[in-house]
Design a protein around this ligand. Structure first.
Ligand SMILES: NC(=O)c1ccc[n+]([C@@H]2O[C@H](COP(=O)([O-])OP(=O)(O)OC[C@H]3O[C@@H](n4cnc5c(N)ncnc54)[C@H](OP(=O)(O)O)[C@@H]3O)[C@@H](O)[C@H]2O)c1
Length: 219
């Protein structure tokens, strides 16, 4: 498992025709982008658009919205998914480009869009019995990610994969020993995403989150 680093200056070529129509550029980080950042800037400026970092987030939930905001401030184009029209509207008002997605029946148009992005972050949790809902469609997903612009894939997991540790310090080297069914599915999901990303040649990471709380969220 690799340690996560956001290397923002890295730029990747993008295929033409991949750009969401309502993307905003607000970069203060990428000098060349910042130089022409205005609300009137159009993504038809192909040379800049094609080199911009672009994050696609499967599941714009609590954690990913904060992350997405930070990326936007650094000049990234950020697109995400959610499951309801109400939330989609809310996220669009915050300046994100949003697709509706039911991971059990993902829209082909959404999957087709993935290959236009340089980075993919997966935040959709597994569910009992079915496991990771996106990985149910692994072969379809693989076919959509081939030959695209994706370089980096990250899966948000949980410290539940360690099971009960009797108060011991736990880090990435600590052996996993999930006890609950959901934690076992989480470990399977980690493995599934790692295999998928690595087999496609992407830099692939898993982050195991502990309990996160914050505005509007309690443990
Ligand atoms: N926050 C924590 O304390 C914590 C701790 C350990 C692990 N984690 C894990 O880290 C990840 C991010 O955490 P979070 O707190 O940001 O989670 P969250 O707020 O619950 O966000 C989960 C996202 O997944 C989407 N989603 C859920 N089921 C879906 C489905 N069947 N199809 C499509 N999308 C679906 C949700 O859509 P909607 O936006 O429409 O609801 C939401 O955007 C999750 O996997 C979570 O289990 C979180």
């Amino acid at each position: 498992m690799e340690i996560y680093q956001v290397k923002i200056p890295a730029r990747f070529p993008l295929q033409a025709g991949c750009f969401p129509s309502n993307s905003k550029k607000t970069s203060t980080f990428l000098p060349r982008v910042a130089a022409f950042t205005t609300s009137s800037h159009s993504l038809t400026d192909k040379s800049e658009s094609e080199s911009q970092n672009r994050m696609f987030i499967l599941g714009m939930g609590f954690v990913c919205q904060f992350f997405a905001q930070s990326l936007q401030k650094e000049g990234w184009v950020v697109t995400g998914t959610c499951t309801s029209k109400t939330k989609k509207k809310h996220l669009e008002e915050k300046g994100f480009h949003v697709h509706l997605l039911d991971a059990n029946q993902p829209e082909l148009s959404t999957l087709n869009a993935l290959k236009c992005y340089t980075h993919l972050l997966v935040s959709i949790p597994p569910v009992g019995c079915a496991g990771d809902p996106m990985l149910q469609h692994e072969e379809l997903l693989r076919s959509k990610l081939l030959d695209g612009n994706l370089q980096w894939l990250c899966y948000l997991s949980s410290t539940s994969v360690y099971g009960h540790c009797d108060g011991a310090w736990v880090d990435e080297d600590y052996p996993t020993s999930p006890t609950s069914e959901l934690a076992k599915l989480r470990l399977d999901a980690e493995e599934g995403w790692l295999n998928l990303g690595q087999s496609l040649g992407f830099s692939t990471q898993v982050f195991r989150l502990g309990g996160i709380y914050g505005p509007g969220r309690r443990l």
